[in-house]
Structures are given as C-alpha cells and as structure tokens.
Ligand binder design. Structure first.
Ligand code: SF4
Ligand code: SF4
Length: 425
C-alpha cells in the first residue's frame, strides 16, 4: 500500500477506501465520462481529482472543509467506474468516504433541516405523496423561490396520481414458471404508481407468481449515498428480515437505483453479523428487465400485440442500471420484441441526466444543467416515446422535456410492455 491512511482505525470501511485509492493509477481515462468534469472542466471535480482529495483528507493532509464542495458535487453516477480500465471501485470509495466524513461535517441550519426532511420524506411513500400534493399547490410560486426550494417543485408531475394498494399476492396466469418477491420502491409509489401495477400485470401474464412481502421498506440507497450510514443500516436490516431469499426464485426491483441499492448490502454490512445474509439476498436481486429477458430466452414471453403505427422509442440508460448493474441490452431487447417498435440511441447516452437520487435537491443548478442537456439529446432523436427504468430519471426527463416545450410521453420500460399486451400502443 502506497498511502498513510489509518486503515486500522477506520475498520472495514477503511479497507474499502484504501483498496480503491491504491487501485487508481491516475491515467485519467475516467475524466471524459464524468458529468461534473464535462460541465465544470475542473480536475478537482473529476473522478481522479476526487480520489486525490479523499486520499489527502484521510491522510490528514487536507481539511475536509476544503475537499467537501468538490465531493458533494459528485453525482455517484458510476460513469467513471465503467470507464476505468483499472477497475477502481469508485462507488464504494465515495460511499464509504461520505459515511465516514458526514459526522464531521459542519452544515448550516438550513442544510441540516433540508437533509433531515429528505431522509424523512423520501423513504415514506405516504408522507411523500402528501408532500407532493402540497407541492403541487405551491407550484405556481416556484419561479419566485430560490433554486434549493424551486427544484423539488419543478420536478413534480403536472398531476400527482393517487397511490394504489397492490395485492400482497398475485397468482401466475396459466402454468406457474416462477415465484418472485417484489420491492415496491418509495418515490414511485407516490409519483408513478402505474410502474408497479404494470409490473404485476406483465409478470402474472407470463406465468410468474408475485409476492410483495410485508415489513419491506426503502432500500436505503439515498441514505447511504448521502452519508447517513446509520439510517442505511437500519433500512437494510429491515429488508433482510422481510425478504427471505430461500423462498423465491428472484427478488425483483423495477427501479434501477433501488435494485443497485439492494445489491450493495454486502458492502454496507461488511464485517457485521448480517454480512452473509446480505450476500444471499443480493445474489437473488434482479432488475425486472433482466428477469424478463431471462424468461424470454428460457421458453419465451407471451407475444405482444403490434403497435397501431410504427413507434420510435428513445431508450434512456439509467446510471444505476447501466453503470452500477451493467444492464443495457436487456431493456432494449424487450422493447424490440414489440412488433412496430424501433429503439433509438440517445447521444451522450452514458452521461447522467442529473437526477441521481437526491442530487436534484442537493445540487439543483448542476442537476438542472444536466437535465436540460439530456432532454436536448433525447429530443434530437425525434422519438414518439421515451423509455427508462428508474423513477428518478423518469421524473427528471419528464420535467426537462416539458421545460423544452416537448409533450413526448415518458414511460417506464415495463409500462410500454404492459401497453403492448393490452393492445394500447
Ligand atoms: S479512476 Fe481509473 S480511469 Fe480514473 S484515473 Fe484512476 S485508474 Fe484512471
Ligand atoms: S460518480 Fe459520476 S460524478 Fe462522481 S466522479 Fe464518477 S463520473 Fe463523476
């Protein structure tokens, strides 16, 4: 090891950070993949620069206060991870660093209140739904507010839908091919309840029995990635109790961020008594698109109705599907199964849309620049529809497409499959 990081004092998280820092050879191949470097052009707002800053802070050579603004601007999008030829686990590094440094941060009263509100509201769908409805009434005031308050209002859809109570058990139609557990997610229950309803319909139609286990909750990714490690541990432990991997063929998520969050549990619980249980759960976690692609290869999916006219669908890669989980081909392959659908590639497709969990709320100006850039790239393909597999991206894309005067509908991939089964495309 070529550093003076006090690994012994930092425990398992210290080992994770030291390993990542050692693995970086400073080649700079990750720089063009980094959205903040693309916007700001500052080495300290690049992955390589941030790795250097974290190393300096951990070694006691740089005050945390000086490094924090650059580290806070990191989206956690993992664009640098897939671009890095040396396999530097940057995601584990920044997550561990944030967890370690958060208790030492000096934050303003406004910042503290904002973080507390985010961590309280985001994982609680009913509370989120109430907050979104109140926000809808306040929307006309948005232009008068500072960006930190305007940003969440700008993101709200034109109409906040009613939440749906989904059945705890959905039987398979026809012969049962699999039994799965389903994670409902948080924000999407409040903002886009049809994602989950469509998921249940498509799975049941294809012979899959679906259980929504009670006692489940937020995956904890938002807490983990903003340094609230204690809260993230609490949420991970609740889900370990709710989901027994031995009972299911797979544990499904239809939100890229949540699926990636569940798959991070072995890292979150490393060195703790639940580590093995976390590994067992993580091994069963699958995104809905991966699961359906497996079914498609293994016996096929029920055939889709052709579209009423040729449809061009711009597919947007959510970072926590493409970069964090390597899921790119599966959603595209599923969309191409619908007769009449052509899948379009979005220019700069690897660049984050700026949603990135709570980033939109914490760094509204950068998030807005990235959202506008993404919307412009999507519109350049002239799509009839836009598809993505993550609620954060969905909200961001919808908001920025509307701001650019576009009415092109944005759907979750599973909604498009569901519409095709119903002959409504
Ligand atoms: S993170 Fe990877 S790509 Fe970036 S500078 Fe380090 S080794 Fe090179
Ligand atoms: S996670 Fe994303 S924003 Fe952060 S350094 Fe890597 S590429 Fe840049």
């Amino acid at each position: 090891m070529n550093h003076d990081i006090p690994v012994g004092q930092l425990g398992a998280q210290g080992e994770i950070m030291a390993h990542a820092i050692d693995a970086c050879v400073h080649c700079g191949f990750c720089l063009p993949a980094c959205p903040t470097y693309a916007l700001l052009g500052d080495e300290m707002d690049s992955p390589r620069g941030r790795i250097f800053l974290m190393k300096e802070v951990l070694e006691g050579e740089l005050p945390l206060f000086d490094a924090a603004p650059h580290l806070d601007r990191c989206l956690g999008c993992m664009g640098c991870v897939t671009a890095c030829p040396s396999g530097v686990p940057y995601g584990e590094l920044i997550t561990s660093f944030r967890g370690w440094s958060e208790p030492q941060r000096e934050r303003s009263a406004f910042d503290k209140a904002k973080r507390a509100a985010i961590l309280k509201i985001l994982p609680a769908p009913k509370l989120f739904s109430v907050a979104a409805r109140i926000g809808q009434y306040a929307k006309p005031l948005a232009p008068l507010l500072p960006s930190a308050l305007r940003s969440p209002l700008d993101l709200l859809p034109e109409h906040v839908p009613a939440m749906q109570n989904l059945p705890r058990f959905t039987p398979a139609q026809g012969e049962r091919r699999a039994r799965v557990a389903f994670l409902e997610g948080c924000a999407q229950q409040a903002l886009a309840p049809n994602f989950n309803a469509a998921t249940l319909r498509v799975l049941a139609h294809n012979g899959v029995e679906v259980v929504i286990p009670g006692g489940q909750g937020c995956c904890g990714a938002a807490a983990l990635h903003t340094g609230a490690r204690g809260e993230a541990l609490k949420l991970a432990r609740a889900n370990l109790k709710a989901f027994n991997p031995d009972d299911y063929d797979a544990i499904l998520s239809n939100a890229g961020g949540c699926g990636a969050g569940l798959r991070e549990y072995p890292e979150v619980l490393r060195g703790l008594p639940e580590e093995q249980a976390a590994q067992a759960l993580s091994a069963k976690v699958m995104d809905i698109s991966t699961f359906l692609a497996h079914l498609s290869e293994d016996g096929g999916l029920e055939p889709f109705e052709p579209t009423s006219r040729p449809l061009s669908v711009a597919y947007h890669d959510a970072c926590h599907l493409a970069h964090a989980q390597g899921i790119r081909a599966q959603p595209r392959a599923l969309l191409r199964l619908i007769p009449g659908v052509t899948v379009l590639e979005v220019p700069e497709g690897d660049l984050c849309c700026g949603s990135a969990g709570t980033y939109n709320l914490e760094q509204p100006d950068l998030a807005s620049q990235l959202g506008a850039r993404k919307a412009g790239n999507v519109l350049s393909t002239k799509p009839d529809l836009v598809a993505s597999g993550n609620i954060g991206c969905h909200t961001q894309l919808q908001s920025h497409l509307r701001r650019q005067g576009s009415k092109v509908p944005v759907h979750h991939t599973i909604e498009i499959l569901d519409l095709a089964y119903r002959g409504e495309l």
